[in-house]
Design a protein around this ligand. Structure first.
Ligand code: UD1
Length: 341
C-alpha cells in the first residue's frame, strides 16, 4: 500500500485522518512538533486501529530538519499537509508567528517533494478564503470570488494556495488537491481521539462542551443582530470523521492519477447552514444538559453567514458528509466527558 506522510498528524483533523488512512490499509508516517497536540494521541490512534504509526517530532519550518527527514525517509508516495497554526485571533496579534510557520513549512515540504520526487500533495485549506460571500454566491461554490483575508491566519491559507499553484505550474510532475474546510466539529465515535484545545477554546463546540462539563461558567454567543432567521451567525458544521474520509478519497485520486487538473480545489461541508443558536439547541438535545449561555456583542472579524455548495465534491470525489448535526454534537460531548474522567 502507498506510504502517506501526514504532517500535523497528531492534531485534530490530522489524527482523525490518520485513523481513516490506517483503516484503509495505508502505511502512515506522522510529523508533528506537538505545539498544539500531545503524544498520547498516538495511543488513541492505536486503540482504534491496532496500529501505532511511525512518528517524527520536529518543526517543519526548519529547512534542515525537513530536508534531513526526506533524505532519510524514502518511498513516500503522498503528503497530507495539516501542520499549521489556526487561531484567528492570535494571528492578528502575532502575524509573524503565522507567516513564519504556516508559509515556511509549506515551502520546505514542497522543496522536499521536488527534490525527492514525491508527486502528490493534499493541502488543508479553509472556507476563510471566500470571506463573506455576497448573497448571490450562497451556498458558496469553488468558483466564487475569493476576498481579501480578514486575518493573517486566513491570509496564510490564500498565500499557500497561490504558492502551490505557482510551484505546480513550474513542476510538471507535481499535483495537489486543496480541501477548503468549512467548520469541522465533533470527535471519533470511539471517543479515543477528538479536539484538544490548549487554554480557553476560541471555537464554538469545544467552548460549548467545556461549559456543559463545568470548566467554563457560560458560553457567550457572539452577535444576536445578524441578518439571519434567529439573529445569530450561520456556519456549515462538518463532522471531523466525514472530513477525514474525504482526505483518503483525495489521496486515492492523486495516487491513481484520477485528478483532472494539477491543482484541484474542493469545498468540504455539509451544504447546510446552521446558526449558533441551532448548534446550541442540538447540543442541549443530545446531551440533556441545559447550557448556560448569553447573547453578547459580535466578535470582531466574524462573518455573518457561509455554507458550502457541496455538488462539486459530491460528484467529482464521490464523497458526501453523512453524519447529522445531532450525531456530531453527541460525539463531541462523549469526547469531552471521556477527557475529564
Ligand atoms: C474560523 C474560520 C475558519 C478557521 C477557524 C479556525 C472563517 C469564516 N472561519 O471559523 O476558517 O478554520 O476559524 O479556528 O473565518 N462563537 C460563539 N461563541 C464562542 C465561539 C464561537 O458564539 O465562544 C460563534 C462565532 O461567532 C461563529 C461560530 O460560533 O459565529 C463559529 O465560530 P468558530 O468555531 O470560532 O469558527 P469560525 O470563526 O467560523
Amino acid at each position: 500500500m502507498p506510504k502517506i506522510l501526514v504532517t500535523g498528524g497528531t492534531g485534530y483533523i490530522g489524527s482523525h485522518t490518520v485513523v481513516e488512512l490506517i483503516n484503509k490499509g495505508y502505511d502512515v508516517v506522522i510529523i508533528d512538533n506537538l505545539f498544539n497536540s500531545t503524544i498520547n494521541v498516538l495511543e488513541g490512534i492505536k486503540k482504534i486501529t491496532g496500529t501505532k504509526p511511525e512518528f517524527h517530532k520536529f518543526n517543519l519550518s526548519n529547512i534542515i530538519f525537513t530536508n534531513n527527514f526526506f533524505k532519510d525517509n524514502k518511498g513516500i508516495d503522498a503528503i497530507i499537509h495539516f501542520a499549521a497554526f489556526k487561531a484567528v485571533g492570535e494571528s492578528v496579534n502575532n502575524p509573524l508567528k503565522y507567516y513564519g510557520n504556516n508559509i515556511m513549512s509549506l515551502n520546505n515540504i514542497m522543496a522536499g517533494m521536488k527534490d525527492y520526487n514525491i508527486s502528490n500533495l493534499v493541502f488543508s485549506s479553509s472556507c476563510t478564503v471566500y470571506g463573506q460571500p455576497e448573497e448571490k454566491h450562497l451556498p458558496v461554490t469553488e468558483t466564487a470570488p475569493l476576498q481579501k483575508a480578514n486575518s493573517p491566519y486566513g491570509n496564510t491559507k490564500q498565500i499557500a494556495e497561490d504558492i502551490i499553484g505557482d510551484v505546480l505550474n513550474a513542476e510538471n510532475n507535481l499535483k495537489c488537491i486543496a480541501l477548503r474546510y468549512f467548520n469541522p466539529i465533533g470527535a471519533h465515535e470511539s471517543a479515543e481521539i477528538g479536539e484538544l484545545p490548549i487554554g480557553t477554546p476560541s471555537n464554538l463546540v469545544p467552548f460549548i462542551t467545556q461549559t456543559a462539563i463545568g470548566l467554563r461558567d457560560e458560553l457567550s454567543i457572539f452577535g444576536k443582530d445578524y441578518n439571519t432567521p434567529d439573529g445569530t451567525a450561520i456556519r456549515d458544521y462538518i463532522n471531523v470523521v466525514d472530513l477525514a474520509k474525504a482526505h483518503v478519497i483525495a489521496i486515492e485520486r492523486l495516487v491513481n492519477n484520477k485528478n483532472k487538473k494539477s491543482l484541484e480545489l474542493f469545498n468540504l461541508g455539509t451544504g447546510k447552514g446552521v446558526s449558533v443558536l441551532e448548534a446550541v439547541k442540538s447540543f442541549e438535545k443530545v446531551s440533556g444538559v441545559n447550557l448556560n449561555y448569553k447573547l453578547v456583542e459580535r466578535r470582531p472579524g466574524d462573518i455573518e453567514k457561509v455554507w458550502a455548495d457541496t455538488k462539486f465534491a459530491n460528484n467529482e470525489l464521490g464523497w458526501k458528509a453523512e453524519k447529522t448535526l445531532d450525531e456530531t454534537m453527541l460525539s463531541a460531548w462523549k469526547w469531552e466527558q471521556k477527557l475529564r474522567n
